[in-house]
Write a protein that binds this ligand. Structure first.
Ligand code: PGA
Length: 250
């Protein structure tokens, strides 16, 4: 899944996707998703109507309609996108979204038949103070707190350590061992609250400075099912290289 953040206008996004569709014509068993800005979603959903490439949104508000100036809702996104990124660290730290708001967004996503990609991850200082397991637990269970157990299998979790995100100052590269350790924490929490079946089957993506050079190692990290890719998804060659690696790993 490519997270384009605030990059590419409608024209640029459309040209990129034309090229991407040509380059990755044949693939099965893997899902390719791009999450452009909200303004791109309507035109791109028409462009991708018969394509295997899926669309994701980056954010929306949890009320379906009403007096919420400046917002768009999951109800409006319904039918346009298959996925929505929820609780990205940039939403948490720049736009002050807390677990309560994120939980309502996860619920609104499910209500509107959109798969939420719930992002969780510790900051560098939380990690250095030994708080990683607590932060992960709070963000994970907090984010799921507004949906019933029957809807938890409809959620995708993305583990994105904030210190590994490429736009973070002095970003570091997470090692597969560090990731595997946190994935275990995520699955252990899911198991404790929702049972073994759900814990084993909820897909977990990894995100944070994913590049063609490390994608293979991350995709073969125990418990990881896919990648959430920021910077590298903006560069067509890098994104297609990562897709090729995913095909091979699969
Ligand atoms: P990055 O971003 O791949 O540029 O580190 C990932 C993300 O923020 O989702």
């Amino acid at each position: 899944m490519g997270n384009w953040k605030l990059n590419f206008n409608v024209g640029e996004a459309s040209i990129y996707l034309h090229k991407l569709q040509k380059k990755i014509a044949n693939y099965r068993d893997i899902e390719v998703v791009v999450a452009p800005t909200s303004l791109c979603l309507q035109p791109l959903s028409l462009q991708l109507e018969r394509s295997k490439i899926k669309l994701g949104a980056q954010n929306a508000f949890y009320q379906d309609f009403g007096a919420y100036t400046g917002e768009i809702s999951f109800a409006e996104l319904r039918g346009l996108v298959d996925y929505c990124i929820i609780g990205h660290s940039e939403r948490r730290y720049i736009f002050h979204e807390d677990d309560k708001m994120i939980a309502k967004k996860v619920a609104a996503c499910i209500r509107n038949k959109i798969t939420p990609v719930l992002c969780i991850g510790e900051t560098e200082s939380e990690r250095s103070f030994g708080e990683t397991a607590d932060v992960i637990k709070d963000q994970l269970l907090g984010g799921l707190s507004e949906i019933g157990v029957e809807d938890v299998p409809k959620v995708i979790v993305a583990y994105e350590p904030v210190w590994a995100i490429s736009s973070t100052k002095d970003a570091k590269i997470a090692t597969p061992d560090e990731i595997a350790e946190v994935v275990e924490i995520i699955r252990a929490n899911l198991k404790e609250v929702y049972g073994a079946d759900i814990s084993e089957n909820v897909p977990i993506l990894f995100g944070g400075s994913v590049k063609p050079t490390n994608a293979g190692a991350y995709l073969t990290t125990p418990g990881i099912n896919g990648l959430l890719i920021g910077g590298a998804s903006l560069i067509l060659e890098q994104f297609t290289d990562i897709i090729e690696i995913a095909k091979r790993v699969k």
